[in-house]
Design a protein around this ligand. Structure first.
Ligand SMILES: CC(=O)N[C@H]1[C@@H](OP(=O)(O)OP(=O)(O)OC[C@H]2O[C@@H](n3ccc(=O)[nH]c3=O)[C@H](O)[C@@H]2O)O[C@H](CO)[C@H](O)[C@@H]1O
Ligand SMILES: [Mn+2]
Length: 257
């Protein structure tokens, strides 16, 4: 999906008539909560799936610290406590298991669609119902123009994420689709992550490597352009007419320790 390819009103009309409901999952564990969550949620209320019922699922180790954000009509927020793994790689990877569990116990009873987001980002423009689809993947802003041999797939044959060729390089900061498909995605990635642990290997880019392998084997039905997750530090914006969501500044040294 690129700006200019679609009529937003047609998508909105179709999803309002079809009574589509959307679940958004986001993790804010450890210092990521103070650093990013409030901006993420406030901006989502300004731009994410406006007009549709949205349930936010905020996963955190410190529920009492989740900011109080005023929500639009038909929108609600659920806070779910999770443990804080000591390694940031595990905080990131283990999201797959937690998302799968909450789809099973909660989401599937309320929302047809699920979108899973990193928290270190801010909505800036319409992120609307045109982004909904059976199985949705995002083109990584740093790779969408590069030749395939530059894609940073996992090249270790011992990892379940190993792959030699692929279609695109997908960004793990956003994926989504019908809950059935997101359930299958998270279950598959989690099983592969755990099998890697058994053999003491870790994929190059963690959950992102497993996500790329998954979307190579189970093709997504819809691709989002980097407008849907843009890094403002990229100088060349010739393809980008609208930034819908942007990366927030990363402060790995202070936030991940
Ligand atoms: C292009 C790139 O470099 N991608 C990798 C990088 O993305 P990122 O640098 O975007 O990862 P990240 O630091 O945003 O972590 C992913 C998400 O996990 C959550 N979180 C993570 C750590 C923490 O202490 N608390 C917390 O809540 C939070 O929602 C965060 O947005 O690192 C990730 C692992 O972390 C994956 O390996 C990604 O593939
Ligand atoms: Mn991130």
């Amino acid at each position: 999906m690129w700006e200019g390819m679609f009529d937003p009103n047609l998508y909105d009309q179709m999803h309002i008539e079809g009574q589509s409901a959307v679940a958004l999952t986001v993790f804010a564990v450890g210092r990521y909560l103070d650093a990013y969550l409030k901006t993420f949620l406030i901006s989502a209320e300004q731009h994410f799936m406006l007009g549709l019922p949205v349930t936010y699922y905020v996963f955190t180790d410190e529920p009492e610290k989740v900011p109080n954000v005023t929500l639009n009509a038909k929108r609600r927020l659920k806070i779910i406590q999770v443990q804080k793994y000591s390694r940031w790689q595990d905080i990131s990877m283990m999201r797959m298991k937690t998302i799968s569990e909450v789809i099973e116990t909660d989401i599937r009873h309320h929302s047809g669609y699920v979108f899973c987001f990193d928290v270190d980002q801010e909505f800036k423009g319409r992120f609307g119902s045109e982004a909904l689809g059976d199985s949705v993947a995002l083109l990584h802003a740093h790779f969408y123009k590069l030749p395939k041999d530059r894609f940073t797939y996992d090249r270790n044959p011992k990892s379940k994420a190993f792959m030699q060729t692929g279609d695109f390089y997908y960004h793990a900061a956003i994926f989504g689709g019908l809950w059935e498909n997101v359930k299958n995605l998270t279950d598959t990635c989690y099983a592969n992550i755990m099998e890697d642990k058994l053999y003491d290997v870790e994929a190059l880019w963690h959950d992102e490597s497993h996500l790329n392998k998954y979307f190579w084997l189970y093709k997504p039905s819809k691709l989002l352009s980097p407008e849907y997750c843009w890094d403002p530090s990229i100088g060349d914006m010739t393809d980008i007419q609208v930034t819908r969501l942007v990366w927030a500044p990363k402060h790995y040294e202070t936030l991940r320790t």
